[in-house]
Design a protein around this ligand. Sequence first.
Ligand SMILES: [Zn+2]
Length: 288
Amino acid sequence: MNKQSSPVKKVVKGDGSTPQTEDNASKDTADSTTAEPKTEETQVQQEQSSANKPLHNTGEESKKIPAKSTQIPVVAPNQPKKEQGQKIVYLTFDDGPGKHTEKILEILNRYQVHATFFMVGRQLSGYEQAVRDSHEAGNYVGLHSMSHSKKKLYDGDGSGAFIKEFTQEQKLMKQILGYSPTLIRAPYGSKPEIGYNFRGDIAKAGFKMWDWTVDSKDWKYPNSPDRIVKEVKRQTHRDVEVILMHEKAQTIKVLPQIIEYLQKKGYTFAVYKPDQHFSVNFGKDPRL
Ligand SMILES: [Zn+2]
């Protein structure tokens, strides 16, 4: 872990409210609660700043590509591929696979939209078919570590344990899916545990890392799913949004509502594509 920024006893800031110490009880509760969120208003890295600006890549760039491709909007490597004025949303589901995966797929299929999944390595066994179904339905299956343990992933010295877990999970996924996913999501998000050097190590290991721009807080409201919808509505206002959700019963309950809301707001649903990668991380790090 990159500890250079915290020479004193490490204090982990919560939702901007009361600081929690690193060794508090919530530290290793991944199994039951999977409380992820630290930051919710992160901008998509180098997001196209304004829909009013002219598309900056219609000139120079389009001359270099064959005529048959000129219909496709050309964007810089680190920007989402979208047309001017288009609003795009990426639904993401963490902490599967599990008993809810197939139900989520069914809802996505019903609305003819796709999503990006970040699955936990230790849960893959027994759910291989659900993983394959997710992929085959046109969704992206990304990595979310083997253990999902804050302690194992972040309490060691540096990025070693973290990289090792993701590399191990990548191999398991290759066995199941036949290819190696490269997009990861750090359990609990990349802030505050993952600093500059740590991020460099992740990039060197060949991974990309997505945090999110909207935290649905579905982990927080098991008994009041309406609050989840409220959170999504409150936080969704950018041209490109990446929404954090989890494979949870309460999420499934409101997923149709959320999809319908986003459709009404004019969003197009996109799925992660490795060859059209753009950065979405709290550190605004273009290496990832
Ligand atoms: Zn998680």
